[in-house]
Design a binder for this molecule. Structure first.
Ligand SMILES: O=C(O)C1=C[C@@H](OP(=O)(O)O)[C@@H](O)[C@H](O)C1
Ligand SMILES: C=C(OP(=O)(O)O)C(=O)O
Length: 469
């Protein structure tokens, strides 16, 4: 099948110019020359945008998404849903980062199509249950590395629900879902230790199962609980009440999913590299539009970063991280043992900070990162070794030892968060080159522009990257 490459959306929210996309290719990470004093807004949350797209596709009428994310992952979700017969139109909105989206669900989802998941976990885990509700075969495939991401639980759970799924026996992409237009539902046991998205994908579609769904997670651990809570909250906002009588068990009734016009919050996980930058370069970084309450795990940064020496202030809808003099100014980064089982997607940014810690430290609870966009534990260990660092893989995470870092290459491995971790390191280590900054298009196509403006490297007369005040 034809695999997609992300290209800029065909709108122009910036007046006379389209948004810059990161050019695929090498990027010399800029070194900070002094403390930061930056204020920015960020595009919409990937996790919220892709959940709301799925729920809108199953809803009982048209929905509007205000200020959604426009990136490769959201483009892949939009295309996937269009393949199933969902109408998705761009409509003018007041966001800085592109148009709003109007989603009109079809009377019945249609199959007989092919879906490109790219490298998007949300597409490969959330859309197959919808394909099972459609009539006709739907082929799922993705980027070369997507074929290595864990998918067995999605495949097995659909089979246990009576859906015919043809695969190559590896528990991975590619596979074909032979939907019959209905799922009976009922009780189901799954092992979601490799990804919370196995749970979320089933919960999102379950109100359309004839008996609803009683889902029980049987594995030893369950990562990324806030993402499951986000799924439950987005369902509740559309009138579906999921109950959880005990940890690891969820009951979803058969119920209509109501149409809803919804505001998408900025992506707080994508705030991580910018906020961590304050601790490395020193000074302050303020993110505007920070929600007062949210299910996004990025909100945990407000508690995590003080453990590494930051002062965090909230004022109205802004969140400021003050990194003091920062690593560059000679600050000592405390050696912290951090359990990130709830927020694994924050790990690459925190690892880039822990690499400067004064003493032995660790990030644990993140074994499942081996199944992310790349094997993030192996990638980070290898990348820091190339810079002279001492970061080692442990059973369920990474261990860090204080070691001066030097110039060197930084491979992105097609992983947006590995790419941005390289940018963080480069703030304090001259001569770090990220081989492909284009990887950031997965969830934040504006990353290089925003980063350079954060550092004051773009003058006021240079094109203004969306969202920078
Ligand atoms: O449901 C979601 O939107 C996500 C869940 C998490 O997945 P895992 O549980 O596989 O880590 C997270 O890391 C990913 O970036 C987004
Ligand atoms: C793990 C991530 O993405 P995905 O949704 O593709 O799993 C991530 O964004 O850190």
């Amino acid at each position: 099948m034809q695999l997609s490459t992300y290209s800029a959306p065909d709108f122009d929210p910036y007046g006379d110019r389209a948004p810059e996309q990161p050019e695929p290719g090498p990027w010399a990470a800029p070194t900070a020359t002094g403390p930061l004093d930056a204020r920015l807004t960020l595009p919409g949350s990937k996790s919220l945008t892709n959940r709301e797209l799925v729920l809108a596709a199953l809803a009982d009428g048209p929905s509007l998404l205000r200020r959604p994310l426009h990136s490769r992952d959201s483009a892949l979700m939009i295309e996937a849903l269009r393949e199933l017969g969902v109408q998705i139109d761009e409509v003018p909105g007041d966001g800085d980062f592109g148009p709003d989206l109007r989603i009109t669900p079809p009377d019945e989802l249609s199959g007989s199509s092919s879906i490109d998941c790219g490298l998007a976990g949300t597409v490969m885990r959330f859309v197959p249950p919808l394909a099972a509700l459609a009539l006709g075969p739907v082929v799922f495939d993705g980027d070369p590395h997507a074929r290595k991401r864990p998918m067995r639980t999605t495949i097995d759970s659909l089979r246990a629900l009576g859906v015919d799924v043809a695969d190559e026996g590896r528990g991975a992409l590619p596979f074909t879902v032979h939907g019959t237009g209905r799922i009976e539902g009922g009780e189901l046991e799954i092992d979601a230790s490799a990804s919370s998205q196995f749970v979320s994908g089933l919960l999102l579609a379950a109100p359309r199962f004839e008996q609803g769904l009683t889902l029980r997670h049987t594995g030893e651990r369950l990562p990324s609980m806030p993402h499951i809570e986000m799924t439950i909250a987005t369902l509740a906002a559309r009138g579906v009440q999921v109950t959880s009588p005990e940890p690891g068990v969820w009951i979803v009734p058969n119920a209509p999913i109501h149409a809803l016009d919804v505001d998408i919050e900025p992506d707080l996980s994508n705030a991580a590299p910018f906020l961590v930058a304050a601790l490395v370069a020193g000074g302050t970084v303020t993110i505007d539009g920070w929600p007062a309450s949210t299910t996004q795990v990025g909100d945990h940064l407000a508690e995590i970063l003080p453990r590494y020496g930051a002062a965090v202030h909230r004022a109205g809808s802004s969140l400021t991280v003050d990194g003091g003099v920062g690593v560059l100014g000679g600050a000592r980064v405390p050696a912290v043992d951090l359990d990130l089982s709830e927020g694994g997607e924050l790990a690459p940014s925190i690892a880039a900070l822990a690499a400067f810690a004064d003493g032995a430290s660790s990030i644990t609870g993140i074994a499942h990162l081996r199944g992310h966009e790349t094997d993030r534990l192996a990638a980070l260990a290898a990348l820091f070794a190339d810079l002279g660092g001492q970061v080692t893989e442990i059973d369920d995470g990474l261990a860090f030892r204080a070691q001066p870092l030097h110039a060197g290459p930084w491979r992105a491995f097609d992983d947006h968060r590995i790419a941005t971790a390289g940018a963080i390191v480069g703030l304090a280590v001259p001569g770090v080159t990220v081989d492909d900054i284009g990887a950031t298009a997965k969830t934040l196509p504006q990353f290089p522009e925003l980063w350079e403006r954060m550092l004051g490297l773009r003058s006021a007369s240079a094109p203004n990257p969306a969202g920078l005040l």
